[in-house]
Design a protein around this ligand. Structure first.
Ligand code: F6P
Length: 350
């Protein structure tokens, strides 16, 4: 058996732990050969396939990023550089040339949608969910999320120091695309006074009143805001990448909120966009374990010949679901989620 492994979409803490687990489990349990495909689906188009040995995956469990490299623009079924043409035949030739029996694809919703298209063309594929945003349907957790939340929570603690010393309003903008999971969990862990998520409308009058009250009593205000929050019905878009399957890159809402708040408040307002800082670096122990479990489960699916499936976590149980079901939207925070209720009853403005 010869299995190809690739990582697609943005990098994420825990990718290397999955690569290690898939490769070692398949080599040891099934005597399989494993090859790494460089830079996501681009490596299938450019024929960048390299054999992986057990030694290649030693010592990488705690490394951030991906040893295989990644790419978040290449869609073989819709080539943005070639007017949206379907060039998937080239990828299929690469699979044939290297006699790859199956592919294990680690990525987010965009990567899973492409994996599903390959499955429809008869390629045996297994998916592994990856995203710091934790917004993939049908899996309660993806690895990377815990690491991102830890970085944001720690950053909120550091920002609180300045907020308290200067009596300021400090805004921390998190990633998360259209879901507020990072801002919510990190906001709770970092004791934010205000948590703004895309799934709930930010009450601007209440926000002004909260900042004023805190200032009047000699305090400060710490705000955790997700990049997908709309202000005045407007999303903050940082960049548009026309040839990307997911062209909008969000960012800037923290600064927009600062500009809106400052003229109306006595306290000084500052904002920090945490950006890729929360996606980089070493995975937490929780994410290393989750990523290892996901990788092992993917190897089991390959050995059992269960293709067209993605590994998933439901409760604390590893399971798998059809790839086609993943690509149908994103998992957002239900407005009445228990964590939202908890925050509200502790006096957090949310
Ligand atoms: O999906 C993960 C994510 O980090 C989002 O939270 C963020 O909006 C986006 O990717 C950033 O993408 P890029 O690395 O292309 O700027």
């Amino acid at each position: 058996m010869h299995i190809g492994l690739l990582t697609g979409g943005g990098d994420c803490p825990g990718l290397n732990a999955v690569i290690r687990a898939v490769a070692l489990a398949l080599m040891r349990d099934a005597g399989a050969r494993v090859s790494g495909i460089r830079r996501g689906f681009l490596g299938l188009m450019d024929n960048q396939v390299q054999p992986l040995s057990a030694a290649d995956v030693q010592g990488i469990v705690a490394q951030g990023g991906t040893i295989l490299g990644t790419h978040n623009r290449c869609d073989p079924f819709h080539d943005g550089q070639a007017g949206g043409a379907d060039r998937s035949d080239i990828a299929l030739q690469t699979l044939d040339e290297h006699r790859l029996d199956a592919l294990v694809v680690i990525g987010g919703d965009g990567t899973m949608a492409i994996a599903h298209r390959f499955a429809q063309r008869g390629v045996p594929v297994v998916g592994v969910p990856k995203t710091i945003d934790n917004d993939l349907l049908h899996t309660e957790r993806s690895f990377g999320f815990d690491s991102a939340v830890s970085v944001v929570a720690e950053s909120l603690g550091r920002l609180e120091t300045t907020a308290r010393s200067h009596g300021r309003v400090m805004i921390a903008e998190t990633m998360g695309r259209y879901a507020g999971w990072i801002a919510l969990e990190a906001g709770l862990a970092g004791a934010a006074d205000v948590i703004a998520i895309p799934e709930r409308e930010l009450q601007l009058d209440a926000l002004l009143a909260r900042c004023d009250e805190q200032h009047a009593s000699g305090g400060c205000t710490l705000i955790s805001i997700a990049e997908g929050v709309s202000l005045d019905g407007q999303l903050s878009v940082q960049q548009t990448l026309a040839d990307s399957p997911d062209p909008l890159r969000l960012g800037g809402v923290g600064m927009a909120l600062q500009r809106w708040l400052q003229p109306q408040l006595r306290a000084e307002v500052r904002s920090v966009q945490l950006g890729h800082v929360q996606r980089g670096g070493t995975p937490t122990a929780f994410d290393r374990v989750l990523a290892t479990r996901f990788g092992w489960q993917a190897a089991q699916l390959v050995q059992r010949g269960q293709f067209g499936r993605m590994v998933a976590l439901q409760g604390d149980t590893l399971t798998d679901i059809a790839l086609q079901d993943v690509a149908q939207g994103c998992r957002r925070v239900p407005p009445g989620h228990p964590l939202v209720q908890t925050a509200a009853s502790l006096g957090v403005l949310i």
